[in-house]
Design a protein around this ligand. Structure first.
Ligand SMILES: [Zn+2]
Length: 314
């Protein structure tokens, strides 16, 4: 049971897949920890994070002082926040999603099939429902030759993929567990959806990108700061993600972050504003790719040090 590597859709009446060990206890979105949230009330004026108090750079704000927080370029004047929090709330609520549609968090881990940062093949797909039940944890055996399992990042191994299924079978399994009105949730979820070719309006109804939901207006740079899943987990859920983490644990974190955002969005603005401030108050830790520009010789796609020359697609 433990090393169940093949497609393991959880029976509708069953419990979570056996090999799964959520990063902390709890069984529902209600278990989301709010302890890490700042108790500062909202209504905040111009919030300037401690790691962001230096002089603003001349010109574009692209090079913020963080490794994992990236600035989202804003083409035309952004929706200028009257107060920082209100602006960010408005921006992150722009996508209309049926509040009654069932949410599913999905995460995909890939192995390397070449030395460039785009040379990847799907190797694990996890889908978790809003009660943190693992409805799918599926290993995929790529057709291509694997150059690295990127184990330090993905927690994947030859043993896990040995019982993997074909990508076609894996994607079919995803389609079986997802209702057509599913809202797919994840950090940069579009990338995962693109990996396996799901179709919006057919396989699912809408997607919610946590990076977009939890972005925060940065008054200093006049653009939005966006954060990694690890930073969001640490600041909003109150615990760090140990490395390596995998598709299941990342999906559970994603679901908790989504439900937290949904809950706070439905409450007083001060709640969401406090959460946003907690994201800005802590300096993001360097990303895995910045600490490991290459892994087993494979480019990890850190823009500042990438030498493989492949384009950055996402
Ligand atoms: Zn590269």
């Amino acid at each position: 049971m433990a090393a169940n590597a093949s497609v393991t859709p959880t029976p509708s009446t069953g419990a979570a897949a056996p090999s799964v060990s959520p990063t902390s206890g709890g069984s529902s979105g209600g278990s989301v920890k709010l302890s890490a949230l700042s108790k500062k009330s909202a209504g905040a004026k111009e919030f300037v994070p401690s790691w962001n108090k230096g002089p603003a750079p001349a010109g574009a704000a692209a090079a913020t002082a963080t490794a994992t927080a990236t600035s989202v370029p804003v083409k035309s004047p952004p929706p200028p926040p009257q107060s920082t929090s209100a602006g960010a709330i408005a921006a992150s609520s722009a996508v209309v999603v049926d509040p009654n549609a069932p949410a599913y968090a999905m995460d995909i881990e890939c192995v390397a099939i070449g030395m460039g940062h785009n040379d990847r093949a799907v190797a694990q797909i996890a889908v978790v429902d809003s009660n943190e039940r693992v409805v799918l944890n599926c290993y995929v055996k790529p057709e291509q030759k694997i150059t690295s399992y990127l184990s330090a990042l993905t927690n994947l191994s030859p043993e896990k993929l040995a019982q993997g299924v074909s990508l076609t079978d894996a994607v079919a399994a995803v389609r079986r567990v997802l209702p057509s009105n599913a809202v797919l949730v994840g950090q940069n979820i579009l990338k995962d959806i693109s990996w396996i070719g799901l179709v919006e309006g057919k396989d699912f109804s809408a997607m919610q990108d946590l990076g977009g939901l939890w972005r925060v207006w940065n008054a200093k740079y006049q653009n939005f700061s966006q954060f990694s899943l690890g930073h969001e987990c640490k600041c909003l859920l109150g615990y760090g993600q140990p490395e390596p983490h995998d598709a299941v644990s990342d999906s559970i974190v994603s679901m908790r972050l989504y439900l937290l955002h949904k809950k706070l969005s439905a409450g007083p603005a001060s709640g969401l504003a406090a959460a946003q401030q907690s994201l800005m108050a802590v300096q993001p830790e360097p990303s895995f790719a910045s600490r490991n520009p290459t892994l087993d010789g494979v480019c990890m796609g850190y823009k500042k040090t990438c030498k493989c020359g492949q384009p950055f697609l996402f």
